[in-house]
Ligand binder design. Sequence first.
Ligand code: OXD
Ligand code: MN
Length: 602
Amino acid sequence: MTTTNKALQSWVKEIEALTQPSLIHWCNGSDDEYDALVASMVDSETLQPLNPETHPDCYLHLSDPSDVARVEQFTFVCTDNETDAGPNNNWMDIVTAKRKMNALFKGCMQGRTLYVIPYCMGPIDSPYARCGVEITDSPYVVINMKLMTRMGDQALARIEKEGQFVKGLHSTGELDPERRFIMHFPEENSIMSYGSGYGGNALLGKKCHALRIASWQGRQEGWLAEHMLILGLESPEGDTHYIAAAFPSACGKTNLAMLIPPEQYSGWKVWTLGDDIAWMHLDDEGQLRAINPEAGYFGVVPGTSEKTNPCAYNMIQKNTIYTNVAQTADKQPWWEGKKTGEPAIDWHGIDCSSEQEGSVNIAKGPAAHPNSRFTVSAKQNKNYSSLAEAPEGVPISAIIFGGRRRELAPLVHESFSWEHGVLMGASVASETTAAAAGQVGLVRRDPMAMKPFCGYNFGDYWEHWLSFAKKSAQPEKLPRIFHVNWFRQDDAGEFLWPGFGDNIRVLQWIAQRCEGKVDAQATPIGFFPEIEDINTTGLEITANTMRELLSIDTHVWLEEMDAIKVYLEQYGDRTPQELYRQLAKVIARLKVSETGKLQAIA
Ligand code: OXD
Ligand code: MN
């Protein structure tokens, strides 16, 4: 097979000459192709079949132990002008980066098959969807791309019609951490990734295309590519609000997107549209509409149980690729927090009772890697929204930002305006997680949860966000902006809020605010719920705990605002003055609040 698109033909030829593969395979995206690849990976032992009775068509892939997460330190945005990439990105000049990458790719596919994967991010018939082609030498990438994107013939037909696509070149190389780079060239819509097979580094449609390149394109063209889940919250009366929410990696986006309401919420439904990425456009009426560019989920496995996320738990019982989980003696997948079964073989492939390095006994490490993942088609989600494939997307009523913060940030608060909401998003900070290589648990600024994913200078990105207030035909139709924190702890380190399904109680308040049905209390940092407006029926939570969850310490917040100012200043002239104006207003309000400890609920 080949293509009528001349640019694609000549790019494939050029890469063939560079990488010298033994075979070229154009992916058509069929089930037969998927099955044949799985069979050959089982033969070569890169995939292990899991128990076919309990987990039909589920497979386990154990990666190289050094290749288990995104590598932010080796991820670069390469632009003509360094300041366009901004201090939020690693930058390399285009000529040096290309020279380095071409040297790595030279001859790297000898003895391997080169796969050409045409894919479409977004519903195939959506005007908001964008296509790409990934060239890879990894069959693991091909089968994951089949689950995560609209891949194959249909995508190729769209590319041939439109004539445009993002070029992504990938090779697992030698999986040598010293020879691992993920380079983005947003000015020419291309990506080069070498030396890793891990999802975020290797499935180029996801973080590389749908966030880094797409955020750049979105700025040129007037739309937003965001690290956000999209859900539909349906009330018992049948009204649905669509909400987009940005949280840093491994902070519960998948759980929130698939929330199952607690008993007291009978008649309520949460519909999933997406769990990781949202592309948002203003329509002619000034309404922000979102599509999910992905077609599947690449979710964190540990912690997923029938209690925490029954929807995901059920969805991954069949047709699922597991990466780096443990196995029980009868080959069922196992992970920490599964709450059933015992691990027999850990994610290194080592018998858990053996004395070898890497086994649970010796290393005292977890049996499943903390960033072990499932890959599954969205169609398997029983709460997949009927509008998830709608070409025009869904109207967004509310945007939520959040982070993992032991202290400081209250359970929920609402911004005073779009501009104040942009400051709230720009100020997000969160504890680091296992989704990226490096130390876990350090608080770092992660504006809009996009620190690892914004393909250009954050200063310009905030300006772009602010511009929506001016661009919208009816700015009052823009979504309201909220901030939540499910992770606040007491002095003993216990979580104050139950989280998971009970987060619907906060979503309900957010929906009521969008409908203008509920008043709120103005505090220096935003609107807070009145304590009685968060429904706690059926929850074992005291009024004092609710008060603590909805309280802020003025003094600590003043320090936080100073730290945010210092952070914004890193972006020099590119930081919009409007953010400083918003910051000054918050500081002034904090200063006039008389008591040292401000209780939102007086
Ligand atoms: C992800 C991530 O895999 O954010 O979604 O790291
Ligand atoms: Mn993510």
